[in-house]
Structures are given as C-alpha cells and as structure tokens.
Write a protein that binds this ligand. Sequence first.
Ligand SMILES: [Mg+2]
Length: 306
Amino acid sequence: MVNYVATIISKTPILEEQRQALRDLLAKLDLSVSGNKKLSDRSEDFFFNLPESMGLEALRTEVNRLCNEKIIDIAVQPNDRYRRGKQLAVFDMDSTLIQQEVIDMIAAYADVEDQVSSITSLAMNGLIDFNESLRRRASLLEGVPSTVFESLKSQIRLTPGAYELCKILKKEGYKLAVLSGGFIPLANWIKEKLGLDYAFANQLQVSEDGTALTGKVLGDIVNAERKAQLLKHIADMGNIELGASMAVGDGANDLKMMHTAGYGIAFNAKPIVQEKAPARLNAASLQDVLYILGYTLDEQKALLEN
Ligand SMILES: [Mg+2]
C-alpha cells in the first residue's frame, strides 16, 4: 500500500456534492479515505491508500472523468516527502508564466500574422515538427528591427499569481527556471522580473551591425526533448533528485518535461495535454499550484508577508 493524496482545486468554494463525488469514486474503486485536510475554501486534500496492484493511470482516467463532470480539478500524487519537499520548479513561458504567445505578438509587430498562423496550423496538424515550424516562423522575421523585443516588453502581461508563486517557492529554497520554446531576450526579462535562477529559450540571430534580425535561429532549438534535458541538467547542477522537481506548462511540447519531473502540471492547457499530463490545473491564478504542493492558503499568506 502506498499513501496517496487527491487534492481538489476549484475556482469557487468547494460544494459538499463535489466532496461526496470524490469520496464515492474512491469507494467505488475500493479505496477508502483515511483523512482529509482543508487547504482553503477552494481546495482540500483527501488521503487514501492505493494498493500497488492498482495502476495509477486507471485511477487518473476515472478522476479526470469526475473533474470534467463536476468542473473541478483533482490532482492525485503519492503523499510522500517529495510532495512538499521539492527543490526545483521549471516553467514554460508563453501562456504559462505570461498570458500571451510571444510569436503572435512578434508576428503582429512585423505584420506577418497570416503567414505565422498558417505555419502554426501545419504544426498543429502534425505536418511539420516543432523545429521546422520554429525555423519557418523565424525566417519570416528577417529584417525586423532587433529592438522588437524591447518594444514588446510593455505589452507582456504576467499570469496572475506567477509573481506570488515564484516568491513563495524562492522563500522555500527552490531553484526556479523558465524553459521556453520562445525567445531568449524575453525569457531573460521574465527571469529578472520573477527572480528566477535560469532562463533557457531560442536565440534569433542579429545582423552584424546589430540592427535587425536575420531570420535565422542560433544554437540548439528548445523543443520538447530539450526542455526535458534542460530540466535534468538544472537538477544535476543543483544536486537535486528529479523526484524533487516539478514542471508546469500548457503545451504539447511541455509533456516530456512534465513526465521527466517528479510531478507535472498542465496549466490551463488544451484538453489533449490535460489528459496526458500527470496533473491538470484550470485556474485563474498560478498561485493555486501551491495547493497541489500541500500549502494551505494561510501558509501561503504568511510566506508572502514576511
Ligand atoms: Mg506555452
């Protein structure tokens, strides 16, 4: 038997009917709740033992069905020392730490929106891979002034709760990183804004006189595989067990790092990503990630204050 925890996270105060639905589901699977703990009005932990013979995947499928039905999220994970004892968190940037997709903002700036969106749809239909789509999108940016990133900064909106989440995790001793399939000038800027330790993203080549983008990408492309490698690399550098890491992202190219990390959270992700991720969180605030790690709202407030 392994002790597990199922954490309900709701956008609104949890209803008794939603609690009962989780209890009923666990009872149906012969898993009895050994205790529960309120984290806030919107979040609650339910502890239960999972026989080693029962696959976690089967349980997750049932849990996800319940989530869709009751419009809540339920994160299931072992209730072990790693849940609250993590030391590393890595984040995707676009639509995770920030609200926008930077490539769309650059496309609008350079007036190549139609071309970029047709490349996006080729990629989404699996006709070209991420590397090819990045190269093609980048090539459309040939001649764009190299000041583009500077001018976009004022338009970028942090996701609500991103600052608070990072502040609390730093206070708890975490190493933090942004791993982005976007571009390094903005990833570095987000790193500074949120007090992260590392930023990795793609680099666009600048012309020799420094005035314009050449449309070429330099160095290793940060794709799904590279994100997972970077996670391992950062863990190695900090002497951190992978079990003590978590990855948060919204895209299909974040799934690999989510499964490489000790725990992975699909944040406001597309349905297919939510289904394949270890956990899903559909929330207005990134700070809700802290419920999955077991922090009560009072503990979060105290950590933010002092
Ligand atoms: Mg993203």
